[in-house]
Every structure is written in structure tokens, then in C-alpha cells.
Design a protein around this ligand. Structure first.
Ligand code: ATP
Length: 314
């Protein structure tokens, strides 16, 4: 039987607005998600038994049932018992390149790859939309990780509206290994500080678009206007994370000094990224930051905006 190797792209947020509380306990969000070609490698093969086994090269990633890739395989097993009976379990080998707990949706992208990979391995014939629906059960970012490219994400982040690809842009990603920000802490702190700005019952207010400010960046993406895109970058989590972590503020300042056209924190952090319009400019900025800050704890990567979230090779 065949096996598949998939490349699972990281995502960055070009825009992240926290709109309000939802009845289901999640936050209502308005985000612009962008795939970038910093990718984990996921190899899936039949295990020859009825078990699911995950192996990962990164010490901070669990290989038990708390691994999102494992949970994706369990979901496929319970949704498609006949295919599971026919094809059996899977071995999943994860080679991490995406930094862990970094606001880059590493775990979600691995889960996305497993949904897509098992669809192929078990000949399920699911459409991309059907894979995205399954992905939404695993986590709010998983549908986007399956679809990839550039998208406006609303609801918990699972409702996607495609936007034109921004293939002209490159990104320098920077992460201090010691700065680990819990997403749960970020939401709790944001709520404690900004709850009075929340709109009430956002799920049921049709015109909540009036509160959401993503219109200008959406229009700038449609017209591929990099200058306006960079002016409209926004991440509400910066308001609570940056005061706690001054090194991230300095990093952003250094990126601008180095000539980046824009800079922002991704998700709840702690990755900070800088945008550029060429690969050579991104490499130059990366080298500048390495030289200026030469902190052993600071890791940098150059990546290009990607039109896909998952790339498959046999
Ligand atoms: P998001 O941007 O979706 O909030 P993140 O990039 O901040 O996610 P992840 O890299 O997905 O964070 O890791 C979050 C936690 O999930 C980690 O503490 C890690 O132990 C756990 N985890 C479970 N499965 C995976 C996986 N396949 N890859 C990475 N982390 C995983």
C-alpha cells in the first residue's frame, strides 16, 4: 500500500481582531490568515496493525493522544470505521521545522496534513471542503491550514472567505526560544483588560461588520497594495503581550530599522515577523538582526507567502 509525505505550512496573522465573547465560550474573531512556506514534514504510512503511532523529532511535542496529528488520525478512524477496518492503522512521522507554541499554528497544520493524508491513503475521496469540516472539529485553525493561501477567517477562525494570493511577499520570522506565551493566558488577560470593548452576542449581530475593522486590509489585499497592507497590519494580542515582553518591542523596532516594510506579532505570540518584497531583502534583514542582536536564544527564518497550506508528494 502507498504512503504519503506532506508538507504542512505555518500560518501568520496579518490581522487579528478580537470582536467579542461567544455563547460557546470561544472568542469571536476577525483574522487575515496567510500560509508561509516554513513547513513541517509529515509522513503517513499504513502501520500494518490497528494502532495509530506518532513519532516526532522535537522534544517538546508529545507523541501520545494529546498530539494534534494523533487526534486527527483518531477522528478519521471514528468517522470512517469501514475504511479503517479495510486499511488499518497508521504510522505518522513528524519532522518539525515550525517552532512549537509560537503562534504559527504548527500543531494545527500537522492535524490538517493528517486529515488530507488519510483521505488519500484510505481512498476516501473527500473534497477539500469536507476535509475542512472535519478539521474544524479538531481546532479552529485547522480548516485554514488545509485550505492555505490568504483568507479572511471569522467565527472562531473556522469560517473562511478566500482572498487573492499575495505571492509577492516574503517574511522574516523571529522567535525567542525562552519566550513561551500560553494562548489561554493571552485570551484571559485580553478579556480582563478589554472586555468593555467587546460587542455583546457577536455571533447573532448580523452587522457586526460595523465593529470589525478589517475592511481596509481586505481591500488592500484585493488590489495587492503592499503599502496599505503594511499600514493596516493589526494584532489585538500585541496590546497585552508587548508590555510584558520588551524584547519583542525591540525586535519590532530593529526590523523597521533594518528596512522591513511592516512588522507584527503572529497569533498570541511569541513569533514576531517582518514583511519584505524580495527574498534577498528578507535574507539581508535576517542577517542584520542576527548581527545586531546576536542572542543565542533568538531564532530566525526566511519564508515566502504560500498559495497552499498542504503540499503532497508520494
Ligand atoms: P496556534 O498558533 O494554533 O495557537 P501555536 O503555534 O501557538 O498554535 P503549536 O505549535 O501548535 O502552538 O503548539 C501548541 C502546543 O500543542 C504545544 O505545547 C505542543 O506541546 C502541543 N502539540 C500537540 N501536537 C502538536 C504538534 N503536532 N506539533 C506541535 N505542537 C503540538
Amino acid at each position: 500500500m502507498r504512503s504519503y509525505t506532506l508538507l504542512a505550512c505555518a500560518k501568520i496573522n496579518l490581522y487579528l481582531e478580537i470582536v467579542g465573547d461567544r455563547a460557546d465560550g470561544y472568542h469571536e474573531l476577525a483574522m487575515i490568515m496567510q500560509s508561509v512556506d516554513l513547513c513541517d514534514r509529515i509522513h503517513i504510512e499504513p502501520s500494518g496493525t490497528d494502532s495509530i503511532r506518532v513519532t516526532c523529532n522535537h522534544p517538546d511535542v508529545p507523541c501520545d493522544s494529546s498530539n494534534l496529528a494523533y487526534r486527527a488520525a483518531e477522528l478519521m478512524r471514528s468517522e470512517f470505521p469501514e475504511a479503517f477496518a479495510r486499511y488499518g492503522g497508521v504510522n505518522i512521522y513528524i519532522t518539525k521545522k515550525i517552532p512549537v507554541a509560537a503562534g504559527l499554528a504548527g500543531g494545527s497544520s500537522n492535524a490538517a496534513a493528517v486529515v488530507v493524508g488519510i483521505n488519500l491513503l484510505w481512498n476516501l475521496g473527500l473534497t477539500q471542503g469536507e476535509c475542512e469540516q472535519l478539521g474544524a472539529v479538531l481546532g479552529s485553525d485547522v480548516p485554514f491550514c488545509i485550505r492555505g493561501g490568504t483568507a479572511l477567517a471569522t467565527g472562531r477562525g473556522e469560517k473562511l472567505s478566500p482572498l487573492p494570493d499575495l505571492d509577492q511577499l516574503y517574511v522574516v520570522l523571529a522567535k525567542y526560544e525562552s519566550v513561551k506565551i500560553s494562548t489561554a493566558w493571552a485570551y484571559q488577560t485580553y478579556r480582563a483588560t478589554y472586555e468593555e470593548t467587546y460587542i455583546r452576542d457577536p455571533e447573532h449581530i448580523e452587522a457586526y461588520g460595523q465593529k470589525v475593522h478589517s475592511g481596509p486590509i481586505v481591500r488592500a489585499i484585493a488590489s495587492k497594495d503592499s503599502a496599505i497592507i503594511t499600514e493596516e497590519l493589526r494584532n489585538d494580542f500585541e496590546k497585552i503581550v508587548l508590555p510584558e515582553y520588551p524584547q519583542l518591542v525591540s525586535l519590532k523596532q530593529r526590523f523597521i530599522e533594518a528596512g522591513a516594510i511592516g512588522t507584527l506579532m503572529s497569533g498570541s505570540g511569541s513569533t514576531v515577523f517582518a514583511l519584505t518584497e524580495s527574498h534577498s531583502e528578507a535574507e539581508r534583514i535576517k542577517a542584520y538582526i542576527e548581527q545586531e542582536l546576536h542572542h543565542p536564544d533568538l531564532k530566525l527564518w526566511v519564508a515566502q507567502f504560500s498559495p497552499t497550506g498542504i503540499k503532497v508528494s508520494e
